[in-house]
Design a binder for this molecule. Structure first.
Ligand code: F6P
Length: 500
């Protein structure tokens, strides 16, 4: 059931993108916003001035200003768990005490990094970062985007419990020169603990005398890390109020700080802080994360689009779609509102995507001619990430911009419908000056706040994730009590594959 506010937006006249720049001559200046190193272009979406105004009204009705203030004040915005969501404090924006605490943890992190670099743990050349979900996806994205060939250490980020992942990661690592970073907010996640135990065994088998001496823990549960065997001096804590999928700014970002150097890590935080200030201080009509959420809400909740696609036209950002899948789907894939009542319509769409130009030769057929309307987001950088012939980057950007234009314009073909393009298909283009630590920090913070803004517009809590618990519980009960009481299909699978 669509809420009356969304039904009213649905009743507003819809524009045809093919003529939208003629219908609204100021469209480019109205629908493009530059914030620091990022230019957001929503002009090829269906948000007309009337629809935009209706969303501004909705944001007001949903208490956007108050909820945003509560986020930055460190109030318990995660109402189901009675917790604050203080990732901005990690960047220096938030409640005074929380910012001071985050700074203290960062100083500790920096001191340990300095000590490791000075040889306190022996000659370290490889970093084996073990974590999953938010304890892996953020650092993986940062190291991959900014590390390149210039990374100061070989970094492997292992998440999957499938032993193949760990085996492949350590294949070229010298155990004596490897630092294991066990990253887990709770320090209980079964996949991480099993991978960590196997990594220790690998060191023992290779004759490392004090394997735990080469382990550090990145966690909000330092006591558990100590019980597990990590020395207190090598535990890098972070605050319980930093959610897992929002934690790359905390000690979870350790491999990024090691691989890129502390200055780059700080620049990442500064870039994010600049976006925090933009989100906190800008009026709604000029607020990038909120406007992006209007676009999301329009396609998902007004037009019923079930997915949104994101294509990074930059190899450095190849991991961005996976990172955003967790951020958006784990945050806003919900069925109840803040007060526990059922939501009025769809919540988060399925986030999917890939890199351009590869995706053009694989999935773009459906985007251009398929019957499912998919809002598309293009992300590109003006500066290339390589020193090869500039023709590469030119071709990359030309393709990116051509796709947005093609989706919008379409092309009629009176003779052959199979060769006709309907057009009127929306896209957003996010253009970075370059993929620098500052720009990436700002981009990720933009996505975090956009996810929050979507949650505010829907009246839901984006900071819990109870949906992931049931499967974990069932897996644990099979491990503890053996298979019993399951349906015939599950029993047959367990019997066949596990011999139980
Ligand atoms: O299962 C979901 C989840 O709780 C994520 O939200 C989190 O990022 C991930 O597991 C890892 O949790 P932890 O950091 O506690 O190991």
């Amino acid at each position: 059931m669509q809420s009356p506010a969304l039904a009213a937006i649905a009743a507003l006249p819809q524009a045809d993108l093919k003529s939208i720049f003629t219908a609204y001559p100021d469209r480019l200046s109205d629908m493009v916003l530059t914030q620091g190193p990022i230019r957001f272009d929503w002009s090829k979406t269906h948000l007309t001035p009337e629809i935009f105004s209706a969303f501004l009204k909705l944001a007001d009705e949903q208490g956007f200003g108050d909820r945003r203030d509560a986020l930055f004040a460190g109030a318990a915005v995660n109402n189901t768990e009675g917790r604050a969501a203080e990732h901005p404090a990690e960047r220096g924006e938030g409640a005074v005490d929380s910012v001071a605490r985050a700074k203290m943890f960062h100083s500790r992190m920096r001191a340990l990094i300095d000590a490791i670099e000075a040889g306190a743990l022996g000659e370290i050349r490889h970093i084996l970062h073990i974590g999953i979900g938010g304890s892996a996806l953020g650092p993986d994205l940062i190291v991959d985007a900014l590390g390149g060939d210039g990374a100061r250490y070989d970094v492997a980020i292992v998440s999957n419990v499938d032993g193949t992942a760990l085996e492949r990661a350590i294949a070229n690592f010298d155990p004596k020169a490897t630092l294991i970073a066990v990253a887990s907010k709770t320090f209980t996640t079964s996949e991480t603990m099993l991978n960590a135990a196997s990594a220790i065994n690998w060191m023992v088998e290779a004759g490392v005398e004090d394997p735990y001496g080469q382990v550090i823990a990145l966690t909000a549960a330092p006591d558990r890390a100590m019980e597990w065997g990590v020395d207190e001096t090598r535990i890098l804590p972070f605050s319980e109020s930093v959610g897992g999928r929002y934690s790359l700014w905390s000690s979870i970002g350790f491999p990024a700080a090691m691989a890129l150097g502390w200055d780059a890590f700080e620049s990442l935080l500064e870039g994010a802080a600049a976006m925090d200030r933009h989100f906190r201080l800008s009026e709604p009509a000029a607020n990038a994360p909120l406007i992006a959420a209007f676009v999301d809400q329009y396609y998902t909740r007004v037009l019923g689009c079930q997915t949104r696609a994101l294509f990074a036209y930059d190899e450095r950002l190849a991991l961005l779609p996976s990172y955003l899948q967790q951020l958006e789907m784990e945050s806003n894939g919900k069925a109840v509102k803040l007060d526990g009542s059922p939501v009025d319509g769809p919540t988060a769409p399925i986030t999917w995507g890939g890199v351009g130009t590869d995706a053009q030769h694989a999935v773009f057929q459906l985007l251009h001619q398929g019957t499912i309307l998919t809002p598309v987001e293009f992300i590109a950088s003006i500066e290339p990430g390589h020193l090869l012939d500039p023709a590469h980057h030119r071709a990359l950007l030309v393709n990116c911009f051509a796709q947005g234009a093609a989706l919008m314009q379409g092309k009629a073909n009176a003779d052959d419908p199979a060769r006709a393009y309907p057009g009127n298909r929306p896209s957003t283009t996010i253009l970075l000056d370059d993929v620098t630590p500052e720009a990436l920090g700002a981009l990720i913070a933009f996505y975090e706040h956009r996810t929050f803004a979507n949650a505010v517009l829907m009246g839901i809590n984006p900071f819990d994730q109870f949906g992931v618990e049931l499967g974990k519980e069932i897996a644990k009960s099979i491990e503890a009590n053996g298979p019993s009481g399951f349906d015939p299909s599950t029993m047959a699978l367990i019997d066949l594959a596990l011999g139980e």
